[in-house]
Design a protein around this ligand. Structure first.
Ligand SMILES: [Fe+2]
Length: 445
């Protein structure tokens, strides 16, 4: 088991020895296809795969899904059940995406073979009864669940299927939650690491006073932070502590990382005028499409007021229809081909990055690294503690699965978690102070 001290020691060592992740470890961490070690770990968890509105009605058009390097097709059958099948008809290997979704099954348009949501072939109309072997034809079908406006899938061994996915955001009524997604054209771990790297928000997302959308306030004022990571049964919780100077205490922002790819963060944001908007939390899930693409899920919820149109528009975040092309695989309108639409004048006078929209800025820096960054060339600093901890825990979990064990987080330990941000007196321990709010059903640590 990875220890907090181990992470700290490694980072201290990095002052004299820079390589913390070897090229070999980097391969292990980033390759997620069938048969790879990380692919085996990833296949022990539930993944969000589609927004429910993408399959709005029974017998509607099927959709292609690429997940963990596998080509799949999803459909909602006559009874409302969601099927997730391998894309290729086993007969002559054409795509079932072309198929007819009818009478509780997806029928291949080439010769009419039909499969139900369990992957069982239920009709083989091109052969005479004496030649029919439909009972022997079964294609790969994965378990699905629908919760929180999202269709979730489990791609691993049936006997090791974890309890249903059940995040607090997904339990909220639709009026109080919003979920969206966007494709990022780089490896999944680059996305995840960008998200759990707390301190980048003070730079990449900064706006200069009195200008356009971006993060001002406390995170722009106090840009150097101390990071503290505490291991938990589901991954870790951590806090960034930004000293505000003098007697003002620390601006403390807490997070949870739920293995392997889920982040919960506080956005009870302190605004420039000191007011506090409605209580909200947010997060991302970085679901690997394949080794060089990741689908980044975004979710937000309020425990008090219903969300409004501005919340759902997501323009501030650089998500939603203005920034993401729903008709082109959820790819960003700003991408490598157009330099992420960077505006050098805006960069000079208004924002740190010159790129519009918070998550658009994230996509830019993470995609600009290239499809799979070589971590053996990095130089990590103290504020990379959470990033390093995640890598070590992932490598550890890969070994656990390889040895036949159950990895952390493939259980119910993450069902009741909240992330909180607060200004605390300089001498107050953040976990002691915030534990009751961060773990409303009792603290596992
Ligand atoms: Fe960011």
């Amino acid at each position: 088991m990875v220890k907090e001290e181990q992470v700290r020691d490694l980072l201290n060592q990095s002052l004299v020895r820079d390589v913390l992740i070897s090229a070999e470890d980097n391969e292990t961490l980033t390759r997620v296809g069938p048969g790879t070690p990380m692919g085996a770990l990833m296949r022990r968890y539930w993944h969000p795969v589609l927004l429910s509105w993408e399959l709005p009605e029974p017998d509607g058009p099927p959709i292609r899904v690429r997940l963990l390097g596998e080509d799949l097709v999803a459909f909602r059958d006559t009874s409302g059940r969601v099927g997730l099948l391998t894309e290729w008809c086993p007969h002559r290997r054409t795509s079932l995406w072309l198929g007819r979704n009818e009478e509780n099954g997806l029928r291949c348009v080439f010769h009419g073979w039909k499969y139900d949501v369990t992957g069982q072939c239920v009709d083989m109309p091109n052969v005479l009864p004496e030649y029919d072997f439909k009972h022997r034809m079964h294609i790969r079908a994965y378990a699905t669940q629908e919760q929180g406006g999202v269709i979730w899938a489990y791609l691993g061994p049936k006997e090791q299927q974890p309890p249903p996915p059940n995040f607090e955001w997904a339990r909220q009524p639709e009026s109080h939650r919003h979920v969206s997604k966007g494709l990022q054209e780089c490896n999944w771990l680059q996305g995840l690491e960008g998200g759990i790297d707390s301190i980048h928000t003070s730079f990449l997302h900064r706006r200069f006073a009195g200008t356009r959308a971006g993060l001002g306030g406390l995170r722009a004022q106090a840009t150097a932070a101390k990071l503290e990571v505490r291991m938990t049964p589901y991954g870790f919780t951590y806090a960034s502590l930004r000293p505000l100077g003098g007697e003002k205490g620390n601006y403390v922002r807490t997070y949870h990382w739920v293995m392997p790819h889920h982040q919960i963060r506080a956005i009870q944001e302190y605004t420039d005028d000191g007011s506090q908007p409605k209580f909200k939390m947010a997060g991302h899930v970085w679901v690997p499409v394949d080794d060089e693409n990741v689908m980044v899920w975004n979710w937000y919820y309020s425990l008090t007021d219903p969300l409004d149109e501005v919340d759902r528009d997501e323009s501030f975040w650089g998500n939603g229809p203005k920034f993401v092309d729903f008709n082109n695989g959820f790819r960003g309108h700003a991408n490598r081909s157009n330099g992420w639409q960077i505006d050098r004048e805006v960069q000079k006078h208004e924002t740190f990055s010159g790129i519009e929209g918070v998550n658009n800025q994230d996509r830019a820096v993470q995609e600009a690294m290239g499809p799979i960054v070589d971590r053996s060339h990095e130089h990590l600093a103290h504020t990379d503690m959470a990033v390093l901890a995640a890598r070590l825990l992932l490598l550890d979990a890969v070994r656990t699965v390889d040895d036949g064990g159950r990895p952390p987080g493939a259980d119910t330990s993450y069902y009741y978690l909240r992330a909180i941000e607060r200004i605390l007196p300089g001498d107050q321990q953040w976990l002691d102070a915030l534990k009751p709010e961060m773990f409303p059903a009792g603290a596992p640590i």
